[in-house]
Ligand binder design. Structure first.
Ligand SMILES: Cc1cc2nc3c(=O)[nH]c(=O)nc-3n(C[C@H](O)[C@H](O)[C@H](O)COP(=O)(O)OP(=O)(O)OC[C@H]3O[C@@H](n4cnc5c(N)ncnc54)[C@H](O)[C@@H]3O)c2cc1C
Length: 428
């Protein structure tokens, strides 16, 4: 983002005040998060995330890295580091609801989550390692992942099979002595360029098996440097030539059987653990970003003169503001409701989780779309975070389970309830 267009907006901060109906501890976390977002991250946003230019000097690059390190240190001092991790692993040890409420604040500033120690896919891999890892795996992979000396990826989706139906995957792991021999073709393994290891979703099959679709699933830790891990490319997305979402061929890759995460057969459950409840955090992130887009839109509407009057006085634009307000409030309240329900167990919340997984990214797309429209050409420029948000919101309708799959689940749960002779209880 260049300084010029943002100048008038850099004084804008997130208006985050204590919420009367939630407990003091959560309010305290939100307020301390907002303080760092408002004082340290937003004023430096254009410097923190500027794309690295080829002619950039090392001293400038070091300045940026130094600034990020300073903010991370401040976050740690404030006890706000790694909200997704238990305290034993250097995290905040937050319960579900507190984490969700924190996310809407930290997601207001683009990229801020990395300054709070939460970076996908590392954060998801950390949580899976905490839950399924042996002591040895934790020492070797988890701790360096937490302190930032290692990077990782999660390799599940395959180009020739529908990712929306994980039962279709056919990357095979054959046990030979004390080794797995892995063969398969994956793509969209995010962070693939920098990763030091991948958690690869495989099926355990007999040597020479022709049916690769029925063996028990297992997640296996595969160091990137292992012979046979062949990164084909960083797939270009959204018009860019390359990204860090990688296509990877695993060709006779040998790793110790001790690299299995959990027991053979646990793989599908581990993937569900990773995605299931995590969807609430992603949706609260989207709420934070919608909040930001809304602020940008309303500020611009209040300051821009068009055809003899301010944009804010045109009814079209007032409609944008009202519709966006409704989108954000409904997305936010649905997500908080789902987060509250998780206390009764993942099972009780699964219809609500699917509902927000469909509703929130769509609401996010609509809100950002209107903000872009109000900003005109600047809206699609790199001077503002809106274009990036727009692509992110659209992508969210596919990643972590496409809309249609979640709608099918909602209908299944509802119909199941009626089949039992009961109606749906919207009050609980
Ligand atoms: C930016 C990005 C990052 C990603 N990162 C990772 C990663 O790190 N690791 C990883 O393993 N994967 C990753 N993915 C992959 C992602 O999880 C999959 O794209 C997703 O699960 C959908 O799978 P698919 O692309 O194979 O689509 P498909 O399964 O082929 O589905 C295509 C479309 O079919 C429709 N559809 C599917 N099922 C039904 C149905 N039952 N009824 C009606 N319509 C249906 C939906 O509209 C769906 O979008 C990433 C994807 C993106 C875009």
């Amino acid at each position: 983002m260049t300084e010029s267009v943002l100048k008038e907006l850099t004084t804008m901060t997130m208006n985050c005040k204590p919420i009367e109906t939630i407990d003091q501890r959560i309010n305290d976390i939100r307020m301390r998060t907002a303080e760092i977002v408002n004082n340290d991250i937003l004023p430096n946003e254009s410097r923190l995330w500027a794309e690295r230019r080829e002619d950039e000097s090392w001293s400038h690059r070091n300045e940026v890295l130094e600034l990020r390190a300073q903010i991370k240190e401040k976050v740690k001092q404030a006890g706000l580091w790694a909200p997704h991790l238990p305290a034993d692993y250097g995290g905040m040890g937050l319960d579900f609801l507190a984490h969700a409420y924190m996310n809407e604040v930290l997601a207001y500033a683009i990229g801020a989550s990395s300054l709070f120690g939460v970076v996908a896919p590392n954060s998801g891999n950390q949580s899976v390692l905490v839950k399924y890892g042996t002591e040895e795996q934790k020492q070797k992979w988890l701790l360096p992942l937490i302190d930032g000396t290692l990077e990782s990826g999660f390799s599940m989706t395959e180009p020739h099979n529908p990712g929306s139906d994980p039962r279709s995957l056919d990357t095979s792991a054959v046990i030979e002595g004390d080794e797995f021999v892995i063969n398969g073709h994956k793509w969209f393994t995010s962070n693939g360029i920098d990763a030091d290891f991948f958690i690869v979703m495989c099926r355990v099959v007999e040597a020479g098996a022709t049916d690769l679709k029925t063996g028990p699933m297992v997640q296996i830790i595969v160091p990137t440097a292992t012979r046979g891990v062949n990164i084909v490319r960083g797939i270009g997305v959204w018009g860019r030539k390359e990204s860090d979402h990688c296509e990877i061929k695993y060709e006779d890759v040998r790793v110790p059987v001790a690299n299995a995460l959990g027991r053979v057969g646990d793989g599908h459950q581990a993937a569900q653990d990773r995605l299931g409840a995590g969807r609430i955090y992603h949706c609260m992130n989207s709420v934070g970003q919608m909040w930001r887009a809304f602020d940008l839109m309303v500020q611009r509407a209040a300051s821009r003169d068009v055809h003899g009057g301010k944009l804010q006085d045109k009814q079209f634009i007032q409609g944008f503001i009202a519709d966006s307000y409704i989108d954000i409030q409904s997305a936010r309240l649905m997500t908080i409701h789902a987060a509250e329900k998780i206390d009764q167990g993942l099972q009780a919340a699964r219809t609500d989780i699917s509902a927000i997984k469909v509703y929130v990214p769509a609401a996010y797309s609509r809100v950002v779309d209107r903000a872009i429209q109000v900003w005109g050409a600047a809206g699609v420029s790199n001077d503002l975070p809106l274009a990036g948000m727009y692509m992110g919101a659209r992508t969210l309708r596919i990643a972590d389970g496409p809309d249609e799959v979640h709608k099918i689940l909602i209908a299944k749960h509802v119909l199941g309830q009626y089949a039992k002779g009961e109606g749906w209880d919207f009050g609980n």
